[in-house]
Design a protein around this ligand. Structure first.
Ligand code: NOJ
Length: 746
């Protein structure tokens, strides 16, 4: 053993003698990568490309690690075990190459933040970055240095359970939020021990799975890929996102894991990406189920030749690549390239110099982390309705009936993709209300239903009775966390179980009714919105969701969240998103709807436009929508000039006034429409947003600078260009309202 350790040391000497700090210089790293690669056998190289999940414990994996057959582990979170595994790799394998320890740290590690869709609703990239930083600090304390986030799949179908993990429907919002998460996870330098390498996933198109059924096929033409689905990924790559993950879907017949166009031509070729590309879980082997590969050997061949560096768990690489190289089906040069990408990241993370984690760190659930999670939850909540100023509750409300299956649901409030957050640390709405406002208001709690899918109506009478004894009613409805996330698609987006009955019964009491919805997706809640006096949409708000909602309900905080995705009235409207192209027969919104169509009406009497006879044209709530306790006035929209060159910058300003009775923050949004293009263009596209805090009565002049270059799109000639012509521009509170002007690009 001593001799072995000594030889390892000698082998590493060239790397260890680098200038301080070790391996942080890019040139340095490249030479260390190449020097190490030069020492590796083919089998050791293939070992680096193998990622395993030691569900059966570390024991069965120790031998593989020792023999250099593993490059990365996922799902090991006990820091003692993490160090133990790392010690085997570093001290007992021939070359001492450290393992990359990974985990799905999606919206928090211990301190759980709102689900990503909720975080997107904050329209606050700095807060989102701070949240990812908290997650990285907590996860890295357990030795995790690689997370599989951000998920930046454009998601326009709320039937798809994974919409919860996304930043919603919009390429611009998803780009900004994705970059914020990358920055937060990775911090200032990957070399910092609290940095966690981010992973832009799922490349690409997964959010467009047919019918919202998970893992399904997509059919996205190249132009749409480039104009809609690529932008968040390109932004992440440019922001230095350390890794990319391929998606499960096949697009137009080609599974992403075997798609060299997206991985080689675009990611490496056009975006010059030098990070690590990993498959999704078993997605190399799954190309056999897709019917794209006949066996494991073909799956490994197609994956590596398409540009995959590391395989997650399915083992087709480790079992087949050596033979495939001998058979010349995969070149050793391709393997070297993959291993370079892996080693480069390990050097960038400083793992060769600092492979172990300090097991004594006490950072989980730190008060600053909880405060940040509360701030994020507060800003993620969207006020959808507030008739007669039902909210915030005033001191006229002496008794509050708290009802509903989500009012005290510590587990469900955390949402999907929570492996490490503990419900014992979650503060529910009920608990927070009692603790924070229990001295002001008497709370009667009567859940009515046991959980969101509960169909037993026996408890509804008790809930109604509680409502009758109260001055106002708060009902917390929605989805349990298990109803959204991976493999949790739904064909019906109504409230589950007897929740609609519960809300209808509460509405009949005539008491002021406030509905809080906690869910992983937009639900079709038109009826419940109608029956409620006020509605707050909280998604799954995480560990601190309770205190955040309590402060919002009592006006200590004022809602500012905006919908990051369009809310449909009915499932049949899906896909429904604001940035759609126009048809040749756009809806007039004056169409006759089904109840008003006369019997035996003539075939063409309805106007022949693009709409649904039952749902009409508009959604329940448009993208970017959200109210406040105060109101905001938009005025005096000005452009510095309305004639611009393609290399110019549009300077936009307008006055925003807080016209209501509370201090508050408005998310102002900038939209543009390219009126005529060489291909049809979206009716509106988000090009900027800002959160503007305003005191009651205050006016601020708000400005945006929009480089004309940002109006570029992939056009008829497959070129990314700004096409000169006339543009519409709006500034406003959501995608359906605002002040409008025009400008021309020469
Ligand atoms: C499958 C999921 O699609 C992916 O997002 C996740 O990161 C991996 N499993 C690892 O758990």
């Amino acid at each position: 053993m001593k001799i072995k350790r000594l030889s390892v040391y000698l082998l590493l000497l060239p790397f260890l003698s680098c200038a301080e700090p070790q391996g942080t210089q890019e040139g340095d790293i490249e030479s260390r990568v190449n020097a190490l690669l030069g020492q590796m056998t083919l089998q050791e190289k293939i070992g680096q490309m193998n990622q395993l999940s030691p569900f059966g414990g570390l024991e069965e994996m120790a031998g593989l690690i020792r023999e250099g057959n593993v490059g990365s582990l996922l799902n090991l979170t006990d820091p003692e075990l993490v160090n133990k595994a790392q010690r085997i790799a570093v001290e007992e394998s021939r070359l001492g190459i450290p393992l990359l320890m990974s985990r799905d740290v999606i919206h928090g590690y211990k301190t759980i933040f709102p689900i990503p869709l909720g975080q997107a609703a904050t329209f606050n990239p700095q807060l989102v970055e701070d949240g990812a930083r908290v997650a990285a600090v907590e996860a890295s304390a357990d030795g995790i240095r690689w997370t599989f986030a951000p998920m930046i799949d454009i998601s326009r179908d709320p039937r798809w359970g994974r919409i919860a993990e996304s930043c919603g429907e919009d390429p611009y919002l998803s780009s900004v939020m994705g970059v914020a998460m990358v920055k937060g996870f990775q911090g200032d330098s990957l070399n910092n021990p609290t940095a966690v390498a981010a992973c832009a996933k799922h490349f690409v198109g997964y959010g467009a799975s047919e019918g919202g059924r998970d893992y399904n096929s997509t059919f996205i033409p190249e132009r749409q890929l480039r104009n809609v689905y690529f932008p968040p990924f390109e932004a992440a790559a440019k922001a230095g996102c350390a890794t990319f993950m391929t998606s499960f879907n096949d697009n137009d017949g080609i599974p992403s894991t075997g798609n060299s166009f997206i991985l080689k031509d675009v990611l490496r070729g056009e975006w010059n990406y030098d990070g690590l590309v990993v498959t999704d879980w078993a997605s190399s082997a799954e190309m056999i189920s897709h019917g794209f590969c006949k066996d494991e050997k073909e799956a490994a061949t197609k994956s590596v030749n398409a540009g995959i560096d590391m395989e997650m768990v399915s083992g087709t690489f480790i079992r087949n690549l050596e033979e495939l190289v001998k058979e010349k089906k995969v070149s050793e040069a391709a393997i070297d390239e993959a291993v370079r990408n892996i080693l480069r990241l390990k050097f960038r993370l400083g793992l060769f110099d600092n492979p172990y984690t300090d097991t004594d760190q006490q950072v989980k659930y730190a008060p600053t982390h909880l405060a940040k999670a509360k701030e994020a939850a507060e800003q993620s909540v969207i006020l959808l309705k507030n008739d007669r100023e039902t909210l915030p509750f005033t001191d006229k409300i002496r008794t509050l009936a708290v009802i509903g299956p989500l009012a005290d649901a510590a587990h469900d409030q955390m949402g999907t993709w929570v492996f490490d957050g503990e419900k014992a640390h979650t503060q529910t709405v009920l608990v927070a209300l009692k603790e924070m406002y229990g001295d002001k208001v008497r709370i009667i709690y009567e859940p009515g239903l046991g959980y969101s899918r509960d169909k037993h109506t026996a408890g509804i009478a008790k809930a109604v009775n509680a409502a009758m004894r109260a001055d106002a009613v708060l009902v917390c409805a929605g989805e349990e966390s298990i109803l959204s996330g991976e493999a949790h698609s739904l064909a019906d987006l109504h409230l589950q179980g007897a929740q609609s009955e519960l809300i209808a019964a509460l509405a009949k009491t005539g008491k002021p009714l406030v509905t809080v919805v906690m869910a992983g997706r937009p639900l079709t809640i038109g009826q419940e919105v109608e029956q409620s006096d006020a509605v707050l949409y909280a998604f799954h708000p995480g560990t601190m969701g309770g205190p955040a909602l309590a402060d919002l309900l009592f006006g200590k905080a004022v809602p500012s969240g905006k919908t990051p995705v369009t809310f449909p009235k009915m499932v049949g409207q899906i896909p429904v998103y604001y940035a759609h192209n126009n048809t040749g027969r756009p809806a007039s919104r004056q169409e006759t709807l089904i109840d008003d169509i006369p019997q035996e009406a003539g075939q063409t009497s309805l106007g022949c436009t693009s709409f649904y006879m039952d749902a009409g044209f508009d959604p329940l709530f448009p993208f970017g929508y959200g109210l406040s306790y105060t109101t905001f006035g938009y005025d005096n929209l000005q452009l510095a000039t309305n004639q611009l060159a393609v290399n110019g910058t549009l300077e936009i300003s307008f006055d925003l006034t807080n016209t209501g009775k509370y201090d508050g923050t408005e998310v102002v949004q900038l939209y543009v429409q390219d009126k005529v293009g060489s291909i049809t263009r979206p009716v509106k596209e988000l090009k900027g947003f800002r959160r503007i805090p305003l005191k009651q009565g205050e006016t601020k002049t708000v400005s945006f600078s929009l480089p004309v270059e940002e109006l570029a799109f992939w056009n008829i000639d497959r070129q990314r260009v700004v096409e000169p012509g006339e543009f519409n521009l709006w500034v406003g509170p959501n995608s359906a309202e605002g002040l409008q002007t025009t400008f021309t690009v020469k």
